[in-house]
Design a protein around this ligand. Structure first.
Ligand SMILES: Cc1ncc(COP(=O)(O)O)c(C=O)c1O
Length: 488
């Protein structure tokens, strides 16, 4: 067999055989957790179980037997009134919950650093976005929390808003004061929706931040595949509220999910729930202890810093996910992007992501002591030689003002577009998302006017080696703008 003729399969086999330690999603960490929990059913011949909805196999879109039972068991485990299994990731949960809670033309309050799926829902649901700026930890160069008082001030100005969505926790593991935010939102009769993509494990150990449902969220979408032992794409949407129209929610779930869901993915959600109910507290105790051990070791390495509990009480951060290892290389003078590359090349360790100053490693119940030790030793090695590889250029902290919205994001999606030289885009309406990392806050979104400030800030970002996400021309020499506004 010529494996070169099957390129995707080849890439998976090569990565599997490389023996790299995975500090990234999915949370089952190459299936190792299933062996530890004594459930080998999901690591055997999965193809023999891959099936459509024949007799005896339930239907995700109108569940009556196995899926119905499994969703109820999950609702109980996660403390929800209703739980819906998702095979199109948290993205489909975010689309569905936002559209179920709004009508076209409604206002939605959004943190400016939210995931692109929230912007997707704004376009699909034809909503009016109102942004709340997250607090930026200047030292680490990342957006970390939303201050309740900042949100409250904004809600006073937008009393007609229908919903507020909050990212909890952030990719970096920081948590805003969600309980206080829930009180502020509910006092005004609005609904609180949470993007809890990175926080599905919170329900299973009291040493972790409280879950979004415990804090008072009406709905929350969780990527079970990121931090719990489920397969990629497998997520859940939980509801705990008597103000959510469940039938409308089911309608949008049918719209945003495939009619051919993989029952293997559904089974992996069911299995993840079972493992967490049986062993979650005990396994997570280990994960938290080892992550805290690694955090302290990393902090003692000259030039490195690991985001820790010392951040609580600053920049809107009220709690921290102990299992998230965010390492800052700014004082060592090398970029997070370079550190990620060195970890993979020289130490066979792959982290989840990197930005200008930081790397982010995801630890889950699937990691073992040797993995943490290997990470710490590799970081010691990188720090030792950092002096000879200095790559970080100091960034600007002056973020441009929120741009003017000239047409709604959904209108921008239907307009004719043209690509122009970025400098001549100033004053025109942007047709793409332009998001520098760090700090991961969009400078421009479709429908927004490109200001001179925004243009100059982006040029500076590029000079500093900051990655620009979303833009079709990553060097930003050209930019897509709206050509003609079309009547839709
Ligand atoms: C904060 C956040 N929200 C939502 C998502 C979307 O989740 P999924 O990949 O499960 O669709 C992601 C994915 O990385 C994310 O980081």
């Amino acid at each position: 067999m010529d494996i070169d003729s099957i390129p995707i399969l080849k890439s998976l086999i090569e990565y599997r055989d490389e023996g790299t330690v995975p500090f990234h999603m999915p949370g089952h960490k190459r299936g190792s957790i299933y062996k530890k929990a004594g459930i080998d059913l999901l690591s055997g011949n999965l193809l023999a179980m891959d099936t459509t909805e024949v007799t005896g196999i339930d239907n995700l879109h109108c569940p009556e037997s196995a899926v119905f039972k499994a969703q109820n068991l999950a609702a109980e485990a996660f403390g929800a009134d209703y739980t819906f299994f998702l095979v199109n990731g948290t993205t489909s949960g975010i689309y569905s919950m936002i559209m179920a809670a709004t009508n076209p033309g409604d206002k939605i309050i959004i943190p400016r650093n939210c995931h692109r799926s929230v912007y997707g829902a704004v376009i699909l649901g034809r909503l009016v976005p109102v942004y709340v700026n997250p607090e930026i930890d200047e030292e680490l160069g990342i957006a970390v929390g939303i201050k309740p008082e900042v949100l409250e001030y904004l809600l006073e100005k937008h009393r007609d808003a229908k919903i507020v969505i909050i990212t909890y926790p952030t990719y970096y593991g920081t948590c805003s004061d969600l309980k206080k935010i829930a009180e502020i939102v509910h006092r005004r009769g609005m609904l609180l929706l949470v993007d809890e993509a990175h926080g599905s494990h919170f329900s299973f150990n009291e040493r972790l931040p409280i879950s979004a449902l415990e804090a008072g969220a009406d709905m929350t979408a969780q990527s079970i595949h990121k931090t719990l032992p489920a397969m990629t794409q497998s997520s859940m949407l939980h509801v705990k509220s008597n103000r959510v129209d469940i039938e409308k929610l089911k309608f949008f779930l049918q719209l945003t999910q495939t009619t051919s869901p993989s029952h293997i993915l559904l089974a992996s959600l069911d299995t993840a729930r079972f493992i967490m109910q049986q062993y979650g507290r005990e396994f997570l105790d280990d994960t938290i202890d080892w992550s805290n051990w690694a955090r302290n070791e990393i902090k003692s390495i000259t030039g490195l810093y690991c985001l820790g509990y010392d951040r609580i009480g600053r920049y809107g951060v009220s709690d921290l996910d102990a299992t998230r290892i965010t390492v800052n290389f700014r004082a060592a003078g090398i970029s997070g992007v370079k550190a990620e590359m060195l970890l993979r090349k020289d130490f066979k360790i792959q982290v989840e992501m990197s930005d200008l100053y930081n790397i982010v490693a995801i630890t889950t119940i699937g990691d073992c002591q040797a993995d943490y030790e290997r990470l710490v030793n590799a970081l010691k090695g990188i720090a030792l030689t950092a002096g000879s590889r200095k790559t970080v250029i100091e960034g600007s902290s002056v973020f441009p003002k929120l741009p003017e919205l000239s047409i709604m994001p959904w209108e921008a999606a239907y307009c004719e577009r043209e690509q122009v030289a970025a400098s001549s885009g100033i004053g025109r309406t942007c047709a793409e998302m332009i998001i520098p990392y760090p700090p991961g806050i969009p400078v421009l979104m479709p429908g927004e006017v490109i200001s001179k400030d925004a243009y100059e800030y982006l040029k500076l970002c590029l000079k500093q080696g900051i990655k620009i996400n979303g833009a079709s021309d990553i060097r930003l020499e050209k930019i897509w703008v709206i050509k003609n506004k079309k009547e839709v």
